[in-house]
Design a protein around this ligand. Structure first.
Ligand code: NAP
Ligand code: G4F
Length: 334
């Protein structure tokens, strides 16, 4: 039975990846940081199948100790401060988690067992003020937030440890991916949750920032499969993972409100509070390398994604005692 360590297992992607690895017969070690209250909502349905261990990307010794105790063959580094606006208000902390955290994990691997295969959660935010459309593996980076800058650091460090120490390290340059498990502050879930609340008479307004920003939005359940595929190749490489389609925030709003026969213009208010000091205007990825070499393709399109998120929010609001469904229940045809 192969063993995989997943950092950030309580996050959106960590929960889908743990589910996916369990379905492939892995022993999954989920690293969580110590909190005063437990936040295992996203992994509640698989919690008894995962070995939960305490560790923190800020703490070098905890990473070394986990690798020494569990001997994973694969490490998926998904933990990060991942919310772009917070990176503007807490840039130093974001650098500690999202940039230097990668160094700590790679150092732990180099010291304990350099044969461990390593996945780094890189981001399309690294392309920022894009210099090429669509963005591919060779597109130069131009990050537009402390988060994006921190991710560029983690990305190049992974390349550097591959070239310096022959570590099997891959960076997945993932474009935005969403799901019912997405944090509520991210724009997609903020919109679908508001639509469900408005539909149920629980709210009458949605305040948003820049409606013109365009993103390449996919389904998180598809994207974790790509992470695993990257670590199963003969040689480590970096891959863009994206749908190849881009939509504005306004289009997402129109689709979500329209799905519930609501007129978005009656509810949406633009609020400068949600504007960013510097914006990423347009992201659209070219995942043809992943298609060719990994055989990866997305299975959920834009409309399917919006609808499954609205449906899930309506279900949860109707019965708050329900936990998260598995990925297979969310998208049965996959
Ligand atoms: P998320 O939901 O925000 O999850 C982040 C996870 O990191 C949580 O489990 C969090 O733990 C953990 N974490 C934060 N700081 C930590 C620390 N110091 N030590 C240990 N764990 C820590 O993020 P996500 O959407 O799943 O994204 C996963 C990764 O992919 C992130 O690195 C993100 O930057 C990157 N990424 C995401 C996307 C996307 O569209 N989702 C696209 C490209 C790249 P708590 O639960 O305790 O907060
Ligand atoms: O949903 P967002 O906050 O995601 P963002 O900034 O694109 O970052 C996400 O995707 C990255 C991959 O490209 C990840 F690396 C990162 O960790 C994260 O998962 O914002 C999307 C767009 C932005 O242009 C923002 O200005 O939506 C715009 N927006 C408009 N109104 C809003 C809002 N964003 C948020 N969060 N809240 C609003 O009210």
């Amino acid at each position: 039975m192969p063993t995989a360590l997943v950092t950030g297992v309580t996050g959106q992607d960590g929960s889908y990846l743990a589910e996916f690895l369990l379905s492939r017969g892995y022993q999954v070690i989920g690293m969580v940081r110590r909190t005063s209250t437990i936040n295992f909502d996203r992994i509640r349905h698989i919690q008894d199948q995962i070995e939960i261990v305490q560790g923190d990307l800020l703490d070098q010794m905890s990473l070394i100790a986990i690798l020494q105790e569990y001997h994973p063959q694969e490490v998926y580094n998904l933990a990060a401060q991942s919310f772009v606006p917070t990176s503007f208000t807490q840039p130093v902390l974001t650098g500690e988690f999202t940039a230097l955290g990668v160094t700590r994990m790679l150092e732990a691997i180099r010291i304990v067992d350099p044969t461990i295969r390593f996945y780094q959660a890189s981001s399309s935010e690294m392309f920022g003020k894009v210099v090429e459309v669509p963005q591919r593996e060779t597109t130069p980076f131009y990050p537009r937030s402390p988060y994006g800058v921190a991710k560029v650091y983690g990305h190049w460090l992974t390349v550097n440890y591959r070239e310096s120490y022959n570590i099997y390290g891959c960076s997945g340059i993932l474009f935005n991916h969403e799901s019912p498990r997405r944090g509520l502050e991210f724009v997609t879930h903020k919109i679908t949750h508001a639509v469900a609340r408005i539909k149920m008479g629980l709210a009458d307004e949605l305040r948003l920032g820049n409606l013109q920003a365009q993103r390449d939005w996919g389904y998180a359940g598809d994207y974790v499969r790509a992470m695993w595929l990257m670590l199963q190749q003969d040689a480590p490489e970096d891959y863009v993972i994206a749908t190849g389609e881009t939509h504005s925030v306004q289009e997402f709003v129109e689709e979500a409100f329209g799905y519930q026969d609501l007129d978005w213009q009656e509810y949406v208010v633009q609020d400068p509070k949600f504007y960013r000091p510097a914006e990423v205007d347009l992201l659209v990825g070219d995942a043809s390398k992943a298609g060719r070499e990994l055989g990866w393709e997305p299975t959920v399109d834009f409309r399917g994604l919006v609808r499954l998120m609205v449906d899930a929010d309506l279900r949860t609001l109707q019965d708050p005692s329900q936990g998260y469904p598995s990925a297979a229940e969310e998208v049965p045809q996959r």
